[in-house]
Design a protein around this ligand. Structure first.
Ligand code: TXA
Ligand code: MG
Length: 311
């Protein structure tokens, strides 16, 4: 049975207790809702893969309370420290070598010798990781589906597969964290996300191109973030049978608009909720062009995957 619990102090303590017991807890982060398990408990982590129906070669992000907690689990380099200092807490994930004595379940890394780690800025997530310790959490959706940005989405998506859903309101960033790996010490962009490339490059210098993406970010399957409806990108208007997902001030009135003022942050926050709502009523969705600067890169990455041929 799933219980939806408001994210009060009491609710968070209940959730931390459930995590200690090896249960699954969905919780809000600033990006999207996560499906969390105690990252040191192999069986609990395995339950995440089972609940998501996720291919087991896809490793998970570990959420910790601060940089010191991260340093107990992974090896930092000066480049990684600079990024952590600039963007933690916040929607940035760093992929770093696992420490030899790390208590993390090996399943978290799904066979790699690295761990993806981040410090969330959402207050509820911060209190939860402070109480419960490192939490392994992918987005709280069935593998390949659209990520949830509200507790109601999680309930819809996961049904009884999760023990507790902590309701902390809608996720404010609305798109997953930016994932940065390192090749020969230099940062590479493994997944565009809530921190824009421009912001990362201001701290880290130009991002190098990924050369061994398959090994580095096995989660980047082509078709991902998939609604049931067919998607058509860069559409100027809807064809018969399509619903329009608009963007910007020049869009036809009446269609749901990711951001009527053309603000990419607002568009990211609305993306998954609007896709999910349209997916319920429309067989096909035409999406207006989104500029690829700032958070637009992450939005277009998700949309391109969602529109890719289905496996
Ligand atoms: O915003 C987020 O990042 C959300 C919230 C819940 O924190 N989590 C999330 O997790 O999006 P997930 O599991 O859906 O995506 C994790 C991404 C995948 O692309 C995966 O391949 C990559 O991180 N990843 C995880 N561990 C990795 C590793 N050791 N090496 C390379 N990539 C890794
Ligand atoms: Mg996901």
């Amino acid at each position: 049975m799933t219980t939806v619990v408001p994210a009060t102090a009491h609710g968070i303590t209940l959730a931390a207790y459930a995590l200690h017991e090896g249960k699954l807890v969905a919780f809000p982060t600033e990006t999207v809702y996560g499906l969390g398990a105690d990252a040191t408990n192999g069986e609990a982590v395995a339950a995440i893969f089972a609940a998501k129906g996720r291919p087991s070669f896809n490793p998970l992000i570990v959420h910790v309370k601060d940089r010191a907690a991260a340093e107990a689990l992974v090896e930092f380099t000066p480049e990684a420290c600079a990024l952590a200092d600039a963007f933690w807490p916040g929607p940035l994930t760093l992929v770093l070598p696992r420490k030899g004595n790390s208590p993390l379940s090996l399943l978290v890394s799904a066979g790699l010798d690295t761990v993806a780690i981040r410090v969330p800025s959402h207050l509820v997530a911060q209190i939860l990781v402070a109480e419960a310790g490192p939490i392994a959490a992918p987005s709280a959706n069935i593998s390949g589906h659209v990520s949830p940005t509200t507790a109601a989405h999680v309930a819809e998506e996961m049904g009884d597969k999760v023990d507790i859903i902590l309701d902390g309101g809608p996720a404010t960033v609305g798109i997953e964290s930016t994932v940065i790996g390192f090749e020969a010490g230099k940062p590479v962009l493994l997944r565009p996300g809530g921190v824009s490339r421009e912001d990362i490059e201001r701290t880290a210098g130009p991002l190098a191109a990924v050369t061994n993406a398959k090994v580095q970010s096995p989660g980047q399957l082509e078709s991902h973030y998939t609604p049931r409806a067919k998607l058509r990108l860069n559409a100027r208007e809807a064809q018969p049978g399509e619903a329009l997902l608009a963007f910007g001030p020049d869009a036809p009135k009446g269609a749901p608009n990711l951001s009527a003022k053309g603000d990419l942050k607002e568009a990211a926050a609305n993306l998954f909720a609007m896709l999910r709502a349209l997916d319920k009523t429309a067989g096909a969705i035409a999406i207006m062009p989104i500029p690829s600067e700032g958070l637009g890169e992450a939005i277009n990455d998700r949309l391109t995957r969602a529109a890719a041929p289905r496996p």
